[in-house]
Write a protein that binds this ligand. Structure first.
Ligand SMILES: [Zn+2]
Length: 390
């Protein structure tokens, strides 16, 4: 593109930016068709000659009340396009050159912090935000939110708690209390890893204090009790999950079975608990755990009947595979071969299928996460039920 064309486009972008700014001041809304054209123009400019376009803007376009919108739009656009270094240049330029009102300065600095955060420059973002949280109202709350995002990313749970305390007011108090409950769970797990059971217990009681209905607190408490050799207490803790949210019972099964085995506790009691869970949530993991116990005590035929009965009501491929396994052991010749083929077919059907999905953003994976790696929601990931899942 020639220089003159670049010049004309720049001037056009400024003119439209100015016009939009003027309209907004006189009560109009900037996000109309003209607004879309304006962004299209900027986008085009950036696509053709990104370096020169940004350099021209920064060098030639004075930053003042009239052109501020244009500069901010360019900065925002660059960030959305992932050109974070350029976004930083544009936002810094505004702060250096313009004589702005204190409120606008705070807004521009918040934009700069967002650039840093997205670019992964967490230290820089943090130092800007720590100053911005001294402000009031919207700027303070938005800065606290971004700061919380940084501490979550850094897994600095203590600092995250400090920030969340300040955010947990009004309508959003429940949301941040729930997040804090997870931060304390994280701290408890860390203590447990470092063989500090008493500290783990302390952190966990804080976690329960923030949200007594968070099923993860029961899982972590179960682990603490199990590692202390208090098997009956571990069972009691783990069995609370069915009241908190029965869809997470499958997450507790390994610990539960270990507590029953190590504590030499009644298998019958475990079975009656699992049957109760099954009535509330038709999970194949629970069926298979029950199947193990039934097989040990009543033999193959009883367990086949039990699985087949459950499959009729809630067909799953994992259940089918288990049923085939039971029959393979007693089959011979061609029948056995056919069952093997059927089994590998069933296995292939679920091999690449995710087991968990985030109800908030749709992220799916094979592993359970309490913190969604994609949308960063807490307790938004759930086991997938249905034919190919639980
Ligand atoms: Zn998500």
């Amino acid at each position: 593109m020639d220089n003159w064309l670049l010049y004309i486009l720049t001037v056009a972008a400024i003119a439209i930016g100015w016009w939009l700014g003027r309209r907004e001041r006189f009560g109009g809304k900037p996000a109309d068709i003209a607004g879309a054209n304006y962004y299209d123009g900027l986008n085009y400019l950036l696509k053709e000659q990104p370096d020169r376009a940004v350099a021209t803007f920064v060098r030639d376009l004075e930053v003042n009340q009239e052109t501020l919108e244009t500069h901010l739009a360019l900065g925002g656009l660059l960030r959305r396009r992932g050109e974070l270094e350029k976004a930083v240049i544009v936002h810094q330029n505004i702060l250096e050159k313009a004589r702005l009102t204190p409120e606008v300065i705070l807004d521009v600095r918040l934009e700069l912090a967002r650039d840093y955060l997205l670019a992964g420059l967490l230290d820089r973002a943090e130092s800007v935000l720590v100053e911005l949280i001294q402000a009031e109202g919207r700027i303070q709350r938005e800065s606290l939110r971004l700061l919380l995002e940084i501490f979550e990313r850094e897994k600095d749970w203590r600092k995250a708690i400090e920030v969340a305390e300040r955010l947990a007011v009004g309508k959003e108090s429940e949301k941040y209390d729930h997040a804090m409950s997870h931060y304390f769970c994280e701290i408890a797990i860390d203590h447990l890893k470092h063989s500090q059971p008493e500290l783990a217990r302390e952190a966990l009681s804080e976690a329960i204090g923030r949200d007594a209905n968070n099923p993860r607190t029961s899982l972590v408490l179960g682990e603490i009790e199990l590692s202390a050799g208090r098997y009956q207490d571990a069972v009691r803790a783990l069995q609370r999950i069915v009241e908190q949210n029965p869809i997470y019972v499958p997450e507790s099964l390994k610990l539960l079975v270990r507590a029953y085995e190590l504590g030499d506790l009644s298998q019958e009691e475990m079975r009656s608990y699992l049957l109760d869970c099954l009535r509330q949530t038709p999970s194949i993991s629970i069926v298979l755990m029950l199947a193990r116990s039934i097989r040990d005590q009543e033999g193959d035929e009883a367990v086949s009947r039990f699985i087949a009965h459950h499959l009729k009501q809630n067909p799953t491929i994992r259940g089918l595979t288990q049923l085939i396994d039971l029959h393979i052991d007693n089959a011979h010749g061609v029948a056995r071969e056919n069952l093997s083929i059927l089994r590998s077919f069933a296995e292939a059907l679920v091999a690449d299928k995710p087991a968990y999905r985030c109800r908030s953003c749709g992220f799916d994976g094979k592993k359970m996460h309490w913190h969604c790696p994609s949308c960063k929601g807490w307790s938004t990931i759930e086991p997938i039920f249905g034919l190919e899942g639980e």
